[in-house]
Design a protein around this ligand. Structure first.
Ligand code: GLN
Length: 304
């Protein structure tokens, strides 16, 4: 079967209306819960899609691995690991999860670690820092990406929990900037608007060890390796073990319903479906990946 036909068939067969659209960010509650899309991008930039592939949604937590990558590129791995650990927490994404003693967030895929990673991106001020983040995502996606201002305003208005996390990080010496500025930048990063096509391309750069389809090295291979390792162990929050055993590839989810997976050396995959399971991962997205993994033998622990 040609790839787009196969992808359409997978979407048709992984239906269901279980799960709930995120509503702690008011704007996300407005999303059409029935949207469903998939994109698969090869290392040389060819993208196959099916479903609502041109529908835009906010990147949310799928931004976390990419900002972590930029922080490492800017500060070096040692300096970043000194501030953010790499241990799976088994916690929910918004857990106030800091290591006893050092105060380090458990990993960069939960909010505490992601807020710390955002602050480690270089930039003379918070506006420049955000602009570097946005422009880096754009290079990864191969087009200019912008903020969905409605999502941004809506989330910032109720960002009390993330603000609390940022103040906590500041008291333990992990965060140097002013918490409100950092949370503002982090919230803008989460509100960057993307399609599955963009996300599949971004994932494919990680799959290609940091190399973009045009040959430009956007990330050092060791940085891509670090990011993929953390995605594999922490990318699906408290469902990370379930995911690694059933699907078996590094992944990252976001509360708007996006989900990316990376098959190193092969492809980047993105799915979008707004209804979330109890872990905050896209319910249909997880099923689509389980199906792809079975059909295509994606599981990294399996020798085909
Ligand atoms: N911006 C969201 C938050 O900080 C991201 C969470 C997510 O996608 N899991 O709560």
């Amino acid at each position: 079967t040609p790839i787009p036909d196969y992808l359409t068939q997978v979407l048709d067969e992984c239906g269901g209306d279980d799960g709930e659209v995120a509503d702690y960010i008011a704007e996300l509650a407005q999303a059409d819960p029935d949207r469903l899309a998939i994109a698969v991008a090869t290392l040389d930039g060819v993208v196959a899609t099916a479903g609502d592939a041109d529908v835009a949604f906010s990147i949310q937590s799928i931004s976390k691995p990419f900002t972590y990558a930029l922080a490492i590129a800017d500060q070096g791995l040692d300096a970043v690991v000194e501030k953010i650990d790499v241990e799976p927490s088994g916690d929910a994404f918004n857990e106030i999860s800091l290591e006893r003693g050092s105060g380090r967030p458990r990993n960069p895929m939960i909010n505490a670690g992601a807020i710390a990673a955002h602050a480690l991106v270089a930039g003379p001020g918070s506006d420049e820092r955000f602009e570097r983040v946005r422009s880096f995502y754009s290079r990864l996606a191969g087009r200019e990406l912008d903020v969905d201002e409605a999502v941004f305003e809506s989330e910032l208005g109720t960002a009390d929990r993330n603000m609390a996390i940022a103040y906590m990080l500041r008291t333990v010496g992990i965060l140097e900037g002013a918490p409100p500025d950092v949370v503002r930048g982090y919230t803008r990063q989460c509100a960057v608007s993307v399609t599955v096509r963009d996300l599949a391309r971004m994932a494919a750069v990680l799959a290609g060890q940091g190399r973009a389809p045009d040959g430009e090295q956007l990330l050092e291979p060791q940085v891509a390796r670090q990011v993929l390792s953390v995605m594999a162990t922490c990318g699906m929050y408290d469902a990370a073990g379930d995911w690694l055993t059933t699907v078996g590839i590094p992944a990252k989810s976001g509360v708007a319903g996006g989900l990316i997976g990376v098959l190193p050396g092969q492809v980047g995959i993105a799915v979008f479906s707004p209804r979330l399971d109890r872990h905050g991962n896209s319910a249909r997205g997880v099923r689509v990946f389980e199906r792809l993994s079975r059909d295509m033998g994606l599981h990294l622990m399996e020798v085909s």
